[in-house]
Write a protein that binds this ligand. Structure first.
Ligand code: AMP
Ligand code: ZN
Length: 140
C-alpha cells in the first residue's frame, strides 16, 4: 500500500478527490499545474506516495520524481517562451514550504523577473567551508 495522508491536499489530488490540471502521471509520480503560478507554465511534480520532505522520502520516490521533472521540464520549455528555468523544492516552513507533501516546482523564468532567492553569494572563508565540509562528510 502506498503511503497516503487523508488530510494532505496533494494526496487528495493523487486520489482524484479534488481536481487538478493534470499534465502527466505514471505509477510513482504525478505532474499538475500550480494554481498560483508565478509565471505561465509553473507546474509541480510530486511522488504519489506521501512524504513531507526530502528527509523522509524513499530514495526511489525521489528518483522517480526527478525523472518526471526532467520529462516535464522539456515539454514546458517547448510550450512556454522563457529565458531560463528553475527547479525549486522547499523543505520545512523555514524554507517556505506551504504544502507538506514533497513537490518540485518547475518555474520558467524571464530575464530580470526578480523571482525566487534573493541571496547574495560572497566569497567564504576557506577554513570555515572546510570545517563544515568535514562535519557533513562524517554524517554520510
Ligand atoms: P510550497 O510553498 O513550495 O509548499 O508550494 C506549494 C505550492 O502548491 C504553491 O505554489 C501553491 O500555489 C500550490 N498549490 C496549493 N494547492 C494547490 C492545488 N490544489 N492545486 C495546485 N497547486 C496547489
Ligand atoms: Zn500527501
Amino acid at each position: 500500500m502506498m503511503a497516503s495522508d487523508p488530510n494532505c491536499i496533494f494526496c487528495k489530488i493523487v486520489k482524484g478527490e479534488i481536481p487538478s490540471f493534470k499534465l502527466y502521471e505514471d505509477a510513482e509520480t504525478l505532474a499538475f499545474m500550480d494554481i498560483n503560478p508565478v509565471h505561465d507554465g509553473h507546474c509541480l511534480v510530486i511522488p504519489k506516495a506521501h512524504s513531507a520532505t526530502v528527509f523522509e522520502i524513499a530514495p526511489e520516490d525521489f528518483a522517480a520524481a526527478a525523472r518526471t521533472t526532467a520529462k516535464l521540464a522539456r515539454a514546458v520549455k517547448a510550450a512556454i517562451p522563457c529565458d531560463g528555468f528553475n527547479l525549486m523544492q522547499s523543505n520545512g516552513e523555514g524554507a517556505g514550504q506551504s504544502v507538506g507533501h514533497l513537490h518540485l516546482h518547475i518555474v520558467p523564468r524571464k530575464s530580470g523577473d526578480g523571482l525566487l532567492f534573493n541571496w547574495e553569494p560572497k566569497p567564504g572563508e576557506r577554513d570555515r567551508i572546510a570545517a563544515i565540509a568535514e562535519r557533513i562528510r562524517k554524517l554520510l
